[in-house]
Design a protein around this ligand. Structure first.
Ligand code: AMP
Ligand code: MG
Length: 407
């Protein structure tokens, strides 16, 4: 049986970033991967710029720190200076305004005394030549690459895209992800579960996981464990970039999902992973009719925590790669066990846990949890503690791999 790491590597071999699209700068760009090198269209600042409200002077006029200078002009931001500043002269200047020719230094207004509208007195330490002036092109030079392809866009990058005048930019789009629950016993609210029935927690939960991964979920409802219920919904789900199913993938009598997928032309790449919870994970691909890559298909076991963990370990990294992320995850940390913990297991176990910053680094404590149906136990967790095979008693302070779930 494949290990989790081997399964993750195998899945990523079949995943390629989606083709770029053009999007305008704004909140919708957040988290997207840039698909082009973005260059500066002009120097920034485009001129030598005052960084303070004060007086534009020639530093050589104030080598002693003391002088009375003649005011030739007032320059506010957005105005073009008209008067050169000669020796013995100064211009009153506001933050952001272009420096007048001749001046090289700005003395802040608090360090001056206005004698009358035409004269200002300085009596202080001598200014450093060039102080409070941002030189043309100091931030960026025209033609220079300011954000390289592959960058994950955050608000500061969005601001730079606007600075260089981009009205659209090429990014890797968010994949569309269909979510399909399966099971004769599964009911959606407002139905009250009868004997042997269970509420459909996985549909909304997986939809939320898709959303958290920055992708566009499309919830298809519940398919019954019958071929004529499964087939059309699977076919609908295959129209998206990714189809995620829950339930019906194990070896039970009515676990029809793998067969239905094969009949729909999905090529199976894996169908079991050595892990707990969630061993019977299915992953396959179907080539698109237009020849444009493949649809990814994940079948996750129906127990809610199995579905959740399978999504975090296998689906989420695949979505990250589809989005063009170089690092697909999941993020693995090393943490020290906060208390002794006995957990005999015959398969690597991803146990719900709380990860905290301890004195010497990360600290992890398993939360009470009774297994794959216990979704409420998972709400007390922010991480999965990776427990190795064996019947070892794990000791406080021992180091473990931990999958971080929350940002
Ligand atoms: P399966 O993987 O179909 O064998 O289902 C395993 C267990 O998960 C069964 O007890 C199901 O009732 C339960 N289950 C399946 N689908 C869901 C769902 N959408 N929400 C909650 N529990 C489910
Ligand atoms: Mg089932």
């Amino acid at each position: 049986m494949l290990t989790v790491t081997d399964a993750q590597a195998l899945i990523l071999q079949h995943v390629h970033p989606l083709s770029p699209v053009a999007m305008p700068p704004g909140a919708s760009l957040l988290g997207h991967v840039l698909a082009e090198d973005v260059t500066a269209d002009a120097d920034s600042p485009p001129y030598d710029k005052a960084m303070m409200d004060g007086y534009a002077i020639r530093a050589t006029d104030l080598t002693s720190g003391q002088a009375i200078l003649q005011i030739v002009e007032e320059i506010t931001a957005g105005r073009i200076p008209r008067q050169p500043v000669g020796s013995g002269q100064t211009s009153r200047i506001m933050t952001g305004a272009p420096m007048p020719s001749g001046a090289d230094t700005v003395v802040m207004v608090e360090r001056s005394r206005l004698l009358d509208p035409q004269r200002v007195q300085f009596d202080d330490r001598p200014p450093k030549p060039g102080q409070n002036v941002l030189r043309q092109g100091r931030e960026m030079r025209r033609g220079e690459t300011v954000i390289a392809a592959g960058a994950v866009l955050r608000p500061q990058e969005v601001g730079v895209l606007a600075t260089v005048g981009r009205s659209t930019v090429a990014v890797v789009p968010a994949p569309s992800v269909s979510v399909l629950s399966t099971g004769d016993e599964v009911v959606d609210p407002p139905d009250v579960p009868g004997v042997g029935q269970i509420r459909n927690s996985n549909g909304p939960m997986l939809t939320a996981q898709v959303g958290r991964a920055g992708c566009l979920p499309c919830y298809l409802g519940i398919a019954r464990d019958q071929l004529d219920s499964l087939r059309p919904l699977v076919e609908e789900g295959l129209c998206a970039d990714v189809l995620v199913l829950s339930g019906g993938v194990s070896a039970g009598k009515l676990d029809l999902v793998p067969d239905v997928l094969r009949q729909a032309g999905v090529e199976a790449h894996l169908h079991k992973v050595a892990m707990k919870p969630g061993k019977p994970v299915f992953f396959g691909t179907r080539r698109r009719a237009d020849g444009n890559g493949s649809v990814l298909v994940f079948g996750l076991p129906g127990n809610p925590v199995s579905s959740f963990v399978g999504f975090e370990l296998f689906v989420r990294p695949a979505l990250a790669r589809l989005r063009g992320r170089a690092v697909a995850g999941p993020e693995l940390l090393t943490a020290a066990l906060a208390e002794d913990f006995s957990y005999p297991t015959d398969r690597t176990t991803y146990h719900p846990a709380r990860l905290e910053v301890g004195r010497g680094g990360w600290s992890v404590r398993p939360v009470p949890w009774f297994g794959s149906p216990d979704l409420l136990g998972l709400t007390r967790a922010n991480a999965l503690l990776v427990l190795p095979v064996g019947d070892a008693l794990h000791r406080v302070g021992q180091s473990f791999d931990v999958v971080r779930l929350d940002d």
